[in-house]
Design a protein around this ligand. Structure first.
Ligand code: WQD
Length: 343
C-alpha cells in the first residue's frame, strides 16, 4: 500500500534528493518536479539503488503558471509539499538579482495559488542567512530578521513573509519554514551528495575537491575575526539529519492539531565550528593532508553563527544525530565516488 503522496520540488538536487530518500524510508510516496537546471536526472536511479523505489518525476519549470496549475489539478491526492526548487548562489544573486527574484518567487506563488482550494501542508526551504550577523548566540527563531546581505538571502526573507501572510488568510494552507544552517556531507551509501557546478563556492565541497586533486590549496577567507582561531564559525549540519527534519515537519503538520498555521524552526546542530576546525576534522576523518593558505576576508561573510535548536527538538521531536566526523567522512566518500562515477 503506497503512503501519502508528497510533492518535492527540486527533488533531484542536493538536499531534495536526500529528503526524497528519507520520505521513502518513512513510508511516504514522494513525487518530484525538477527542471534539472542545477541537477542530474541520474539521481533518480541513484535514489532507486538506495531505496529500491524510483519516484515519479516530472520535468518542467514551475515558473510556468499553467503547467504548475494543471499538475496540482491532476494530482488531488498530494497531501504535502516540500519546496526546494530555487537558485541558491549568494554571489550569482548579487550579479543577477532579477533572475533570482523571478526564479525564487514565481514557482512559490504558482504552487500556493494552485493548491489554494484544498488542504495542503507546505515545508519551505529557508535559511539562517535571514538572521544576518546575530546579536546573540546561539540564535533562536525569535531573533530579528536583519536586512539581507544578498539578493539570495532577501528572497528567503520575502518568501517567508509571503507564506506567513497567505497561510494567515487561507485556512487550507499550513506552512513550516525550516531555516537551515550549513548543510554538508552525503548519504552513507555515497550514491547521492552535493554536485557543485564549476568551482565550489562553499567550504566543504572545495575541501573534498582539493583533497582529491581537482583544486589547488584551499584559501581560508580571513583569520582575523574575533573567534578562537580567527576564522569564521558556522553551524554545519549533516544533510541526512537535515533531510529527516523535513519528514518530521510534514509529520508534525499531519498529526498535531495544535500546529500553527505558519511556524519557523532552526535546523542545525547547535554547535559552531571554525573553518580551521573543519579543515582539521576533514584531515582526521579522511586521512588526507590538506594544503591551505590564509587569504583576505570574503565580502558578505558574517563572523559567527550557530543555532539554538531546542524548538525543533521540543515541537518536531527532531534533533541532529550525526557529528562532524560523519559529515567529513561521508563528504569524502562521495567525492571519491563521483570521481570514479561522474553523474
Ligand atoms: C563557510 C565558511 C567562508 C570557502 C552557506 C550558503 C548559504 C546558507 C548557509 C543555505 C565561511 C569559509 C568558504 C572557501 C573559506 N545555506 N570559506 N574558503 O557562506 O556560511 O553560507 O551556508 O541556505 O546559502 O551560502 O557557507 O561554505 O560558503 O562558507 O574560508 O574556499 O567557510 O568564508 O566563513 P556560508 P560557505
Amino acid at each position: 500500500m503506497s503512503g501519502k503522496k508528497i510533492l518535492v520540488t527540486g527533488g533531484t538536487g542536493y538536499i531534495g534528493s536526500h529528503t526524497v530518500v528519507e520520505l521513502i524510508n518513512a513510508g511516504y510516496e514522494p513525487l518530484i518536479i525538477d527542471n534539472l537546471s542545477n541537477s542530474s536526472p541520474k539521481i533518480l536511479n541513484q535514489i532507486k539503488k538506495i531505496t529500491g523505489k524510483e519516484p515519479e518525476f516530472y520535468n518542467f519549470n514551475l515558473c510556468d503558471e499553467k503547467l504548475t496549475y494543471e499538475f496540482l489539478e491532476t494530482h488531488q491526492d498530494i497531501s504535502g509539499l516540500i519546496h526546494f526548487a530555487a537558485f541558491k548562489s549568494v554571489g550569482e544573486s548579487e550579479r543577477e538579482p532579477l533572475k533570482y527574484y523571478k526564479n525564487n518567487f514565481y514557482p512559490l506563488i504558482n504552487l500556493i495559488e494552485s493548491c489554494s482550494n484544498r488542504q495542503m501542508n507546505l515545508v519551505f526551504s529557508s535559511s539562517c542567512t535571514v538572521y544576518g550577523e546575530p546579536d546573540d548566540l546561539p540564535v533562536n527563531e525569535l531573533a530579528p530578521v536583519k536586512k539581507a546581505e544578498s539578493t539570495y538571502g532577501n528572497t528567503k526573507q520575502i518568501a517567508e513573509e509571503i507564506l506567513e501572510e497567505v497561510s494567515g488568510v487561507n485556512e487550507n494552507l499550513k506552512v513550516i519554514a525550516l531555516r537551515y544552517f550549513n548543510p554538508v556531507g552525503a548519504h552513507a551509501s555515497a550514491l547521492i551528495g552535493e554536485l557543485p557546478v564549476g568551482v565550489p563556492q562553499n567550504l566543504v565541497p572545495f575541501i573534498t575537491q582539493a583533497a582529491i586533486g581537482k583544486r589547488g590549496a584551499i584559501t581560508v577567507f580571513g583569520d582575523d575575526y574575533h573567534t578562537p582561531d580567527g576564522t569564521c564559525v558556522r553551524d554545519y549540519i549533516h544533510v541526512v539529519d537535515l533531510a529527516k527534519a523535513h519528514v518530521a515537519a510534514i509529520e508534525h503538520m499531519e498529526n498535531s492539531q495544535s500546529a500553527q498555521r505558519f511556524d519557523i524552526y532552526n535546523i542545525g546542530t547547535g554547535r559552531g565550528y571554525s573553518v580551521l576546525e573543519v579543515i582539521h576534522a576533514f584531515e582526521v576523518a579522511s586521512g588526507q593532508q590538506l594544503n591551505y593558505k590564509i587569504g583576505k576576508r570574503r565580502p558578505g561573510d558574517i563572523e559567527k553563527i550557530y543555532g539554538d535548536v531546542t524548538k525543533a527538538a521540543n515541537e518536531l521531536s527532531w534533533k541532529a544525530e550525526l557529528g562532524i566526523e560523519e559529515m567529513m567522512s561521508s563528504a569524502w566518500e562521495w567525492e571519491k565516488y563521483i570521481n570514479q562515477n561522474p553523474l
